[in-house]
Design a binder for this molecule. Sequence first.
Ligand SMILES: Cc1cc2nc3c(=O)[nH]c(=O)nc-3n(C[C@H](O)[C@H](O)[C@H](O)COP(=O)(O)O)c2cc1C
Length: 343
Amino acid sequence: MEHLFTPFQIKGLQLKNRVVMPPMCQYSVTNKDGIATDWHYVHYVSRAIGGASLIIIEMTDVEPDGRITDYDLGLWSDEHVPALKRIVDACHQHGAKVGIQIAHAGRKAQDAKEPVAPSAIPFDEKSKTPRALSTNEVKEIVEKFRLAAQRAIKAGVDVIELHGAHGYLIHQFTSAYTNKRTDEYGRELTKFGKEVIQAVKGEMPEDMPLIIRISGREYVEGGYGIDEAIEFSREFQKAGVDMFHVSAGGEGPIAAEGRPGTHVAYQVPLARAIKQALNVPVIAVGRLDEPGLANFVIGNQDADLVAVGRAMLRNPYWALEAATILHKEIEIPRQYDRGFPRR
Ligand SMILES: Cc1cc2nc3c(=O)[nH]c(=O)nc-3n(C[C@H](O)[C@H](O)[C@H](O)COP(=O)(O)O)c2cc1C
């Protein structure tokens, strides 16, 4: 019987348990240069010490204008590699595997003078109107994703996650709500995403899995639902995605009737639907703070892995504590052993 603390393997990625730290922007780059700082080092390495089996480094962008803010991490230059490698190496020393979420914010790039997007539609009345990318520029961005993946691999990551959720650039192309193009990238809404997947996959070792984070449903008026999400995910799977990380929303103002639930496990049904329809491993996320609940999601086979975000901001040792509460085996760092008495 599988539970939160049984190992998991996908291709060459071997995880010691099912607890994932999901990507969470820290907006903590000091010199606006995209380079990780000591904050990032302490932040990620603490969660490795804290027992998470997979740490996915926050949204890290493929070009300066692809950042939400100037304080975001970047991977548009080789200069970004050493500081990331220092984090990855230290997480490895403490027994965690490391992924990185590669992204472009598109029209949600708040600090860009002129954000770019599939179409010139602002996020809301307060945001800048983005410039629609030319067909050639779209192809250039695919190439930038490829180069970012190449650098992530130089930094030593074990897995790559593409940010295809929350209304960022890949999602902007996939969604009929934000993609009104008439060229090849508008006639086929999944074309951009698929080209990014293939380009990134081309850089990855054969046995390294590729994750994509998707929004399993949209919250805007008339947005897509889980059935449409299953259909585009099927195409992403064919293009090379090995595992889906299923979130929701983020694409625009929330419709009155589309307001997301804020109850525990609110996104698990979306993860389960993708898993069942595509017969693919999935990561569930969203208010899975209670160890018993997270354990239930794994035992019930709703998802293969569980990501714990805000609860890990509160407690870097969430996994150690969860294993203690659930009476499951976990290696406690020797220095902290007395903090986790066995019952
Ligand atoms: C401070 C913060 C930053 C976040 N940044 C990202 C991000 O970089 N990429 C992403 O896909 N999701 C991001 N998220 C969403 C989380 O990964 C997660 O999906 C969300 O918090 C729900 O999970 P939870 O209830 O366990 O916190 C962020 C959330 C928080 C709280």
